[in-house]
Design a protein around this ligand. Structure first.
Ligand SMILES: C[S@@+](CC[C@H](N)C(=O)[O-])C[C@H]1O[C@@H](n2cnc3c(N)ncnc32)[C@H](O)[C@@H]1O
Length: 321
């Protein structure tokens, strides 16, 4: 049998926390919405005699999971798709409700390490960044968007204070020749920011790359839709664990969880909760736990945090709204 940590391509982050949050049980049905190298899926399959529906939008991740599917033919369904679509995917495989779901938001080590995918400012490759290998690439955005739009993308999705200067530098560079590689983009950013100095905590292109990746893959929309989909799918007592990487994701997840608990949520959302409470007597409660990754871990593993939410039966829920 395959061991839970058998794939060396990507070290699963916060696996122990995710398993402890989900408490997988025999006969349970779990969704791993971000299969990657299958770290969470392996963990779930090893922790209980449960069934896992694993989803990834990256065709390479799906191909890489073939051995794991062969090792667990009766208990693992691996499907190429988006986690925002998990409701349809779960229904497609004949299930209506699930006991738990895990989302490990962001990119995998395999995606970052493969220069040809264009995710990394540290490696030269085509400026691509498409997890699904289809649709508009980062190069399309960088070469076609107006200065104002680039400023907003880099400022909002990268939380980059120098967004306008960087956007102008990008436009100036592409007027000379199209920006088609990761290193051409790095050079354009460095013209605006200067090169990395020893005292700089991160490379000056970090936030621009993050912004473009989020934009190209519509990552925040995906997350928002996935949270609602998971909430509709969870059985009473079911659990959702979300591992986030940066503050934009973190804010969306925490706000979503807080809204589940608050009585002062938007009318529409409150109505949805109320409707659910009537049709299936349950309440929702969330809890947020901070990262426990060792301080000497690589940066992309370090700044993760986990948020978990459980759906409780009404009788267990106390005064939580
Ligand atoms: C951080 S990695 C997950 C690693 C995984 N937990 C493991 O242990 O190997 C994130 C994965 O989620 C996938 N992904 C990102 N956004 C997605 C989405 N909206 N729908 C489905 N998969 C997505 C990426 O392609 C990537 O493989």
């Amino acid at each position: 049998m395959t061991s839970p940590s058998a794939d060396a391509r990507h070290r699963p982050v916060m696996l122990a926390e995710v398993l402890s949050a989900l408490e997988p049980r025999d006969g349970g049905i779990y969704v791993d919405g971000t299969f990657g190298a299958g770290g969470y899926t392996r963990g779930l399959l090893a922790a209980a005699r449960c069934n896992v529906i694993a989803i990834d939008r990256d065709p390479d991740a799906i191909a890489g999971g073939a051995a794991l599917v062969a090792a667990f033919p009766d208990r693992l369904t691996l499907v190429e798709g988006r986690f925002s679509d998990m409701e349809h995917l779960v229904h497609r495989f004949g299930m209506t409700m699930i006991d738990g779901a895990a989302l490990d938001i962001g990119v995998s080590s395999m995606q970052i390490d493969d220069a040809a995918r264009g995710f990394s400012f540290a490696k030269d490759g085509p400026l691509d960044m498409r997890m699904e290998r289809s649709g508009a690439s980062a190069a399309d955005v960088v070469n076609q968007a107006e200065t104002e739009q680039l400023t907003r993308i880099i400022g909002v999705l990268g939380e980059e204070r120098k967004a306008r200067t960087i956007a102008k530098a990008i436009v100036k560079a592409r007027d000379v020749e199209p920006i088609l590689t990761t290193q051409a983009l790095v050079r354009a950013v460095e013209r605006a920011t200067g090169r990395q100095r020893p005292q700089d905590r991160i490379h000056p292109a970090t936030r621009t790359f993050q912004a473009l990746r989020i934009y190209v893959n519509r990552e925040l929309d995906e997350l928002a839709h996935a949270l609602s989909a998971a909430e509709r799918l969870l059985k009473p007592g079911g659990r959702l664990a979300v591992v986030t990487f940066h503050s934009l994701e973190d804010r969306i997840v925490k706000r979503f969880f807080a809204e589940q608990r608050s009585t002062r949520v938007s009318r529409r959302f409150f109505a949805a909760i109320k409707r659910q409470a009537r049709s299936r007597p349950c309440r929702i409660r969330g809890r947020v736990r901070r990262n426990c990754v060792p301080a000497n871990a690589p940066r992309h593993l370090r700044c993760r945090s986990i948020s978990t939410i459980s759906r409780f039966h009404k009788s267990e829920a106390g005064t939580d709204a």
